[in-house]
Design a protein around this ligand. Structure first.
Ligand code: ADP
Ligand code: ZN
Length: 523
């Protein structure tokens, strides 16, 4: 029996999809679901999730229903399936009523293999009735992390998908996502009533992606240097936090001879879709975008993903960077990160409407992100560890290739902490650094801060060096940035031990930005 399923699954893989063999856990997943089991599949972007439900849908009798939030991509998915001879269709709000009736008829008569529906559509009485009248092979819930309230892709309609289990208890369900921290995983299982489902957790390692995080001095310029040096003529994605920055960065790149297009949710829909289509079809376009861009985008030869602003969490960062190198060839994930990012992200959490518990979760996600930025060890190790995987140093990230130099920063950190204390914890980083460096400014004389004992005690370090220290000390949680209008620095409880000389602080040495060298790739 089991081997029958295995055989027909392999046969479909080879004859329909044209691939010689299953990859990673695909074979196991396909067998389990085709045999009627529920599954929760965690696989990185590009890992090959689609076949995990497409093949069982073909092996089993009836129609496979794919729930997906990505209406804009349904047409592409259906076209791709039609090309290999799989009978697929979708039901969504972009269709005419006649078209809807036609598809519904095909579902009822079973003359179709796969039907894609948006979650809000699935929840309509009409759609649920249709599926009850039809023979359903399975339900695939794609992008299942959308059920998580902690994630940035939260879709309230996803929560209602638990109804599938109640209304169709005998139809197997497979939920899939590329987001895999423990919290999200547990949330998916609980909210979709998949506690009994078998979990398939693939390795999240993407060995062909080289991770680098540089200190931000002039982000745009650094980005331009990076693209010019390592990726001339390549396709890539540049993520920015705000719509305005997206527009400005795209313009800047174009002015400097790099073919860039903007993408954000505030743009006219037609223009936005057109830019997305061009990015997919044409060669060598750099998409400058907010995180609104990218979910479900299947472009295998994205050679680099850059972040000009700090992402909110490692899940987001990993998902975004995972869009590079889906074809397995060497690719770069590059980020420029600075003090301002830390200040801004902390402030966004503090000022959000969320309740305290929610803020705490957001805060700890940000801490994990900062941990990656400031780590003295292998970036990949840190990332994989966060997703529950153990590994050794990878040899293909910036910290492995050029190990960061650390130094005993206890004394300068003590100076910084005292300066914050002496200015009554009422001033922002810029002013505190001016005090340490003994700079003459109007504000310093106005507040008589040149009379303080800490005035000028840090004159031996540059402004950049001090900012790098402040940033790391915030990341370590020794100081916080107040969410008052001034972003003033405040000491935390942990600062005390350092001030009293009971705790040493090891920090990353500030390194002057060096020109990027071209990455050695396959010749
Ligand atoms: P995901 O949804 O996990 O991001 P996809 O299902 O889009 O990934 O698959 C990523 C790419 O890998 C696609 O181009 C797909 O055709 C290819 N692929 C998937 N499974 C296999 C396989 N067993 N052999 C070869 N290529 C595969
Ligand atoms: Zn490494």
């Amino acid at each position: 029996m089991t081997s029958d399923i295995q055989q027909s699954a392999l046969h479909i893989l080879q004859t329909v999809f044209g691939y010689p063999a299953f990859r990673g856990q695909q074979a196991e997943i396909v067998e389990h679901v085709a045999g009627g089991g529920d599954a929760l599949v965690l696989m990185p972007t590009g890992g090959g999730k689609s076949l995990c439900y497409q093949i069982p849908a073909l092996v089993r009798d009836g129609v496979g229903v794919v729930v997906s939030p990505l209406i804009a991509l349904m047409q592409d998915q259906v076209d791709a399936l039609a090309e290999v001879g799989v009978r697929a269709a979708f039901l969504n709000s972009t269709q005419t009523f006649e078209e809807t009736l036609r598809i519904e008829r095909l579902v009822r008569t079973g003359e179709i293999d796969l039907v894609y529906v948006a979650p809000e559509r699935l929840m309509t009485q009409r759609c649920l009735d249709l599926f009850e009248d039809s023979h359903i092979a399975l339900f695939a819930i794609d992008e299942a992390h959308c059920v998580s309230q902690w994630g940035h892709d939260f879709r309230p309609e996803y929560i209602r998908l638990s109804i599938l289990h109640e209304r169709f208890p005998h139809v197997p369900r497979i939920a899939l996502t590329a987001t895999a921290d423990q919290l999200t995983r547990a949330e998916i299982a609980q909210r979709l009533q998949l506690d009994e489902a078998r979990q398939f957790v693939s390795s999240f390692d993407r060995p062909n992606i080289r991770y680098s995080i540089v200190e931000k001095t002039n982000g745009r310029k650094q980005l331009l240097d990076f693209i010019s040096a390592e990726h001339p003529g390549d396709a890539g994605i540049v993520y920015c936090l705000s719509r305005k920055k997206v527009e400005e960065t795209a313009e800047f790149l174009n002015e400097n001879g790099i073919h860039a297009l903007p993408y954000h949710a505030g743009m006219d829909y037609a223009l936005r879709s057109n830019n997305q289509a061009r990015f997919l079809r044409e060669d060598g376009i750099v998409m400058v975008a907010t995180i609104a861009f990218g979910m479900g985008i299947d472009k295998p030869d994205v050679r680099f993903v850059c972040h000009l602003d700090l992402p909110k969490s490692l899940e987001g960062y990993y998902q975004e960077t995972g869009r590079a190198g889906r074809d397995g060839l060497p690719s770069n994930a590059w980020m420029a990160y600075g003090l301002q990012d830390v200040v801004l992200q902390r402030r966004m959490i503090d000022e959000s409407e969320a309740d305290e518990n929610f803020k705490r979760v957001l805060g700890s996600k940000l801490d994990a992100m900062l941990g990656l930025c400031e780590t003295l060890s292998c970036r990949r190790m840190r990332l994989l560890e966060y997703f529950g995987e153990r590994s050794g140093p990878c040899g293909n990230c910036d910290t492995c290739l050029i190990p960061p130099v650390s130094f005993d920063a206890t004394v300068p950190v003590q100076k910084l902490l005292s300066a914050i204390y002496r200015v009554d914890q009422r001033f922002a980083a810029g002013h505190v650094v001016d005090v340490l460096r003994g700079v003459q400014t109007e504000r310093i004389s106005q507040w008589h801060h040149d009379k303080l004992t800490v005035y000028g005690v840090g004159a031996d370090r540059s402004e950049h060096e001090w900012r790098a220290i402040v940033r790391q000390v915030i990341a370590l949680g020794l100081i916080t940035v107040d969410h008052d209008a001034f972003s003033s620095l405040k000491l935390t409880e942990s600062a005390r031990a350092v001030l009293k000389g009971e705790r040493k602080v090891e920090l990353r040495q500030y390194q002057k930005p060096v020109k990027q060298k071209r990455q050695a790739g396959p010749t």
